[in-house]
Design a protein around this ligand. Structure first.
Ligand SMILES: [Zn+2]
Ligand SMILES: [Zn+2]
Length: 108
């Protein structure tokens, strides 16, 4: 019997992947992260995201995917940088694009 496939959250980008494809995705995602991070201005560069180490085993002997996903999600969220004009959070490359069009209000 095949169980309902569970998804795993990537701790780098926060997107969901199947339990098999996450292993392929993670190294690629980290590589991409490094490429993008190197292109950013110094003040927007971030420390490398750390893979959350969760060793919670459920009663049935499986890893607690919910706890793992929650930690991965938090890790991915900490990659976001707030816009110093409007306070919304973005990935650093998106923030640069966003700030070109984000103007403080009531500047007259
Ligand atoms: Zn990813
Ligand atoms: Zn903004």
């Amino acid at each position: 019997m095949i169980k309902c496939p569970r998804t795993v959250v990537c701790y780098i980008c926060g997107r969901e992947y199947g339990t098999k494809s996450i292993n392929i995705h993670e190294p690629q995602c980290l590589k991409k992260w490094h490429n993008e991070n190197n292109l950013l201005p110094k003040e927007l560069r971030r420390p490398e995201p750390k893979k959350p180490e969760i060793r919670t085993i459920t009663a049935k002997g499986f890893y607690d995917l919910d706890a793992l996903n929650e930690a991965a999600w938090t890790s991915a969220q900490s990659q976001l940088v707030p816009c110093n004009i409007c306070g919304r959070t973005f990935l650093p490359d998106r923030l640069i694009v966003h700030q070109r069009s984000c103007k403080p209000k009531a500047a007259k």
